[in-house]
Structure formats: C-alpha cells, structure tokens
Design a protein around this ligand. Sequence first.
Ligand code: FAD
Ligand code: UDP
Length: 370
Amino acid sequence: MPKYDYLIVGAGLFGSVFAQRMTEMGKDCLIIEKRSHVGGNIYTREIEGIQVHMYGPHIFHTVHEHVWEYVNRFAEFNHFRYEPLAVYEGKLYHLPFNMNTFHEMWNVRTPDEAREILVKQRAEIQGQPRNLEEQAISLVGRDIYRILIQGYTEKQWGRPCSELPGFIIRRLPLRMRYDNNYFDDPYQGIPIGGYTGMIEKMLKGIPVELNTDFFEDRENFRKMADVILYTGPLDAYFDYCYGPLEYRSLRFETETLDMENFQGAAGINYTEREVPFTRITEHKHFEFGTQKKTVITREYPLEWKMGEEPYYPVNDEKNVEIYEKYRELADREENVLMGGRLADYLYYNMDSVVRAALRLADQEKRKRGG
Ligand code: FAD
Ligand code: UDP
C-alpha cells in the first residue's frame, strides 16, 4: 500500500507550494530533492551575515494579490525595488528603458523630445517584428538596441538576436517617465532573511529527503504514493525519447570582498559582448545591508550540455515543437502531475510558479477531496 498521498519530486518553489497546500488540506506528502538543499533556484545562503542568492538575483514581484498574500504568510517582505544599471564602454545607463535612459543616451529632457527620436528610429521596422532584433528596434530604436540590448542578449542566449523570439525582450518595461523600477507590478520585495527561510517555513512538518534523485529508484518511488508531482525536466522524465530540449546554462562566480560597498547597487549589467559575464550582483543591497564586508557574484552565460544545470528554456520554434510531443506523453501518464519551470519548459517568474502550484493544488482538492 502506498504510504503517502503525494510524492513530490523537487523541493523548488513549485514543489514546496504544492506540498504546503496539500498538507494543509490533510494530505500526507513526501518530497525528494536531488540537490543538497531545498528552494531550488531561489535558494539563499548566509555568507558574512549577507543573504546570498546562490542561483542569481531573485526579486519577488506580482500583480496578483492572492499570490502576494500567500507568500507573506511565510516571510516578511521588505520594500526593496530593483533598479539595475547597465555599463557600456565605461558609461552608466539606467534600466529599464525610461526617461533617465533617454537622457543619458540622447541628452533629451522631456518625453516629447525622447518620443521624437524613438518614433524616427522605430520606423526602421515595418510590419510585425519577426525576431528579437526587429522587436527590440521597433520598441526602442537602433541606438538602445546596439548599446543596451544586442551584446547582452547575444551572450546571454548564445545566438544572434535575429534568431531569437521577440517575447524575451517584451518582459522589460518601456516608460516615458523618470522611473527606474525594473518591474511594473504593485507588489514587490525581498523576503527578509532570505528565500530559504521562506521555503523552510512552507515545508514545516513535511518530510524532505535531500540528495535523492527520482531516477535512481524510479519504480520504488512510484509505489510510495498514490500520486506523483514531478517538477524536474520534462524530457528527462521520458528518457529523452524525442531528443533533449535545449536550455541556456549559467556559471556563478561568487566572491567575498573586504570592503563595505563594491558597486552601490544590487545589480549592474555589462552589455558589451566582449565582457564575458552579463551582470554583477552585490547581494547585501537586497536587504540594505551595512556589514563590513560584501559578497558579489559574476554571472557567466554558458551553452547547456547534458549534466549541467538547465536555467533558461530556449523557447524557439524547434524546441517548442519537441516540447509539445513530450507534453502529449505527459498528458497520458496516470496519477502523475507535472509543473514548474522545468516540466512546463517555461521562462516562469516566481509569482507565476506560485500561482500555478496553488491552482494545481485546488484542482487536486476538487478531484480527490481534501
Ligand atoms: P526549480 O527551482 O528548478 O525547482 C525544481 C527542483 O527539482 C530543483 O531543486 C531540482 O534540483 C529538483 N529536481 C529536478 N530533477 C529532479 C530529480 N530527478 N529528482 C529529484 N529532484 C529533482 N523569478 C522572479 O520572479 N524574479 C526574479 O528576479 C528571478 N530571477 C531569476 C534569475 C535567474 C538567474 C534565473 C535562472 C531565474 C530567475 N527567476 C526569477 C525564475 C525563478 O528562479 C523560477 O521561477 C523558480 O525558481 C522556479 O521554481 P521551480 O520549482 O519551478 O523550479
Ligand atoms: N536584456 C538586455 N539588456 C539588459 C537586460 C536585459 O538586452 O541590460 C534583455 C535580454 O535579452 C534578457 C531579456 O532582456 O534575456 C530579459 O531580461 P531580464 O532582466 O528579465 O532577464 P532575467 O533576469 O530573467 O535573466
């Protein structure tokens, strides 16, 4: 007889939210996680009294009140706003694209002056943009494309902008105001004391087996619970039978510096292609830290190879087609649920992950009672 109602593969945000909800509804859950820690990519670790975002900078932001209320049950969020800068040939520019950027780029002061240049430069693209390059130029014109987008994007994704989908760049706001907030969402912040603390609070009382890979004992794990929630890569679940889905990977180089303040901002992007990393994160600024030392991380984009950590799905046509074939197989699996950025092969923000996990838990409640 299965011992648990749910076996959850992956202690990332998706698996943790789902486990928390199902436990609250009276179900017995067991989580297995192949890494040595919970939290997946939002994992934070304390170094020199600073919460270090071990898998890249994570800022929580959402428009969904119920998602915001949910995460606030497990952490107190501070008033941090992400206002990153970009460096190109030694000159600093504000992000996202707003009046500060236009002033720095063209020495204009009013929205009308900026609009005049934007309209002129955007006219280079006629009709529907067919790729990221055309999409970017049709949004912000060639100057900003060349200085702030092209080099960064091509090193981040390892492909020319003309071969990338336009939606990647539509994530960024464009504002005719002097406003450097990277996100438009009304609810934003960083959990005080780190994301790991938030996840641990969600998982209170739920058994978690770390350093445990589902594929090492798949048959046995299947027998342990009535239902499995799988949050790992979709192609791995089906033994890559249609070939591997492509990802971009990252290498993080973290160092502690014997100084109080290295760059004066949580994030600075390096938009020249010749600089091998895309950005430097200075972690203490997420929590307005005043420690004597500081911890910084350089982020180097990497081509993903089997065995490396997959970070960003490459949602181009070829990969989406392969994904759909795997999806058909997934839909035929009985008593196996799937979700999260790896199983859904989506460039998900944290709030979308929380939302999707809450929705899945509600569906389960309706289906199986709770
Ligand atoms: P994951 O965190 O990947 O969790 C899946 C877990 O499953 C992992 O812990 C993995 O080890 C485990 N697993 C996989 N296979 C197995 C197996 N076979 N057996 C056992 N365990 C397994 N979002 C934002 O909202 N704001 C941001 O600022 C932001 N910044 C980001 C920066 C970077 C560099 C990246 C890469 C992402 C960023 N995101 C951000 C997105 C955010 O990281 C994701 O939305 C979120 O972490 C996804 O959670 P998940 O549970 O779906 O996946
Ligand atoms: N981007 C860019 N220049 C920048 C920052 C972002 O061209 O200085 C582009 C790049 O293609 C990136 C996309 O915008 O992949 C989305 O940026 P975001 O900061 O949302 O990426 P993430 O934090 O998810 O890596």
